[in-house]
Design a protein around this ligand. Structure first.
Ligand code: HEM
Length: 489
């Protein structure tokens, strides 16, 4: 794809000023795209062959980088010059506090160090059977000939996997207060992160920080203090806010009770909550109850809806591609039993189907960073404070990186094909130091759940066109995916 028509200039010689990048559309067009047509906007971005885009808002520039190389620079090579976008951090704060997803600096580094061993593939072995069992329990409630929304079913499965692996509890029952409260809080955060007031607050924070950089030390400290407080979401009194507060109170109470139980009698539980409570840093220190609360809620939020949507898209794509479906059925039937951790190497196609679904419908379709220093990316000079967006959705649909990008083809994920591609061409889990800590977890849950379902039922689409992607907290299927169930004997 062509770059913009600015002065050609390789970044290692001299970076091009950001204002050379033409602004993508008028202000109102941009606003309409953000509010009502994000996926269309990202598709057009590729249609126009853009490597980089600039969106000028009243509050400042936002840049979208769209080549594997530039994405790699933002997430990996120059990761130290970026922090997470303050907008999502702020919107998630009431729910996820200072958990791994939202924290920065020393706190994030310590937490990542403490938690990384819990998410290594070998440490996840014990969770495989839970994943299979949760899928079996869902299928056991299906009736032959029934039409079901598979997006709803995969949410039930992913929610129950999260409940069992995190807390050793059953969230299968939809009336479970934890699951309900989480969904309320997550939807609130998704809505909040698109709100203009929060975007304005984020820009105001950047402006204050810039002013602090140029001010004498004492004034600078005060300005930074104001800047930090300026980004908290404004909770106007309303029914929506009351609902959020009630949901948060329920979550607090339930998680506090579970922490207290485990602190009193640790026993030999192996759920992630117990492992977090037992985790010790090099100096022997552990996490406070508050930190553990933030981490488990972060894991619940980050882990269940993303995986649920990826599974739902996977089932839809399989039903639309009978030849792949039949091949996968042969693979899962050859196991001759419910899939286990040791069967994962034999679920090669299941894994490739899951990855191809993550390519076509990446649940985290867009995420942001903010430059904390002047930095050049893709040949452009980005001043400190620039908001940079990475869209796995647009990157995964670039025709020069993914030929015929609308075609479902699990063959793209053979070891040989993966080795041929740029490392950052496929970033459903992001990349670099802040890459998803749950990626092995998800890449295990995906194939195990797909295999368990296909061993027990055949699914066909009610509407062969399937569903359209709807960008919300994650990329959800609009209106769900109704599918007809035929139970297998
Ligand atoms: C298909 C499923 C999943 C997808 C597509 C996904 C995607 C992502 C992405 C893109 C990020 C980086 C976001 C950013 O940098 O702004 C991320 C971070 C994270 N994810 Fe996942 N995720 C998935 C499953 C999970 C699971 C199962 C867990 C936990 C059990 C999890 C926990 C986290 C956490 C804690 C972070 C923050 C890591 C950090 O900043 O150090 N995710 N995920």
């Amino acid at each position: 794809m062509d770059s913009v028509a600015a002065e050609p200039c390789r970044w290692h010689h001299r970076a091009v000023a950001l204002n050379q990048v033409p602004i993508a559309g008028s202000f109102f067009e941009q606003l309409r795209t953000i509010r009502t047509d994000r996926i269309g906007g990202l598709r057009r971005f590729n249609d126009e062959g853009r490597d980089i885009g600039r969106f000028a808002f009243v509050f400042g520039d936002v840049v979208l980088v769209n080549t594997p190389e530039a994405v790699h620079e933002v997430l990996v090579t120059h990761a130290k010059s970026f922090e997470k976008s303050p907008i999502l951090r702020a919107a998630l704060h009431p729910l996820a506090g200072q958990g791994l997803f939202t924290s920065e600096g020393d706190l994030w580094r310590r937490q990542r160090r403490l938690m990384a061993p819990l998410f290594q593939p070998s440490a996840l072995r014990g969770f495989a059977d839970e994943m299979t069992r949760c899928a079996e329990r869902a299928v056991a409630t299906w009736r032959d000939g029934q039409v079901l929304d598979v997006a709803h079913e995969t949410t039930r499965i992913a929610m129950s996997v999260a409940g069992r692996t995190l807390f050793d509890i059953d969230t299968f029952d939809e009336t479970d207060s934890l699951g309900d409260a989480l969904t309320t809080a997550l939807d609130w955060a998704a809505e909040e992160s698109g709100r203009m007031t929060l975007i304005a607050q984020a820009r105001f924070k950047v402006a204050l920080e810039r002013l602090a950089d140029r001010s004498p030390a004492r004034l600078a400290d005060r300005l930074r203090g104001v800047a930090d407080r300026s980004i908290e979401p404004i909770m106007w009194p309303s029914a929506r806010t009351r609902e959020l507060r009630a949901a948060l109170d329920r979550l607090e109470a339930r998680v506090a009770r579970m922490i207290e139980e485990r602190r009193k009698s640790p026993g030999d539980r192996t759920d992630l909550l117990s492992l977090l409570l037992a985790a010790r840093d090099d100096d022997g220190s552990g996490m406070s109850d508050r930190q553990v609360r933030d981490e488990v809620l972060t894991l619940f939020v980050a882990g269940h809806e993303t995986t649920a949507n990826a599974l739902a898209w996977g089932l839809m794509l399989l039903a639309q591609h009978p030849e792949v479906y039949a091949e996968l059925r042969r693979e899962v039937d050859a196991l001759g039993r419910a899939p286990t951790f040791d069967d994962l190497p034999r679920l090669d196609l299941a894994l490739r189907v899951f990855k191809e679904s993550l390519r076509m419908y990446p649940p985290v379709y867009l995420f942001g960073r903010i430059a904390v220093a002047d930095v050049s990316v893709g040949g452009y000079a980005l001043p400190k404070g620039t908001v940079v967006l990475v869209s796995p959705f647009s990157l995964h649909h670039r025709p020069d990186v993914w030929p015929d990008p609308e075609r479902f083809d699990p063959g793209r994920f053979t070891a040989a094909e993966e080795a041929r591609r740029h490392k950052s061409a496929f970033v459903p889990f992001s990349a670099g130091p802040r890459t998803c800590i749950g990626n092995h977890f998800a890449l295990m849950e995906g194939p195990l759940v797909l295999a368990t379902i296909l061993q027990r039922a055949d699914l066909s689409l009610v509407d062969p066109r399937g569903a359209q992607p709807e960008p919300s907290a994650t990329l959800r299927p609009r209106g769900g995916i109704p599918m007809k169930i035929s139970l297998r004997r």
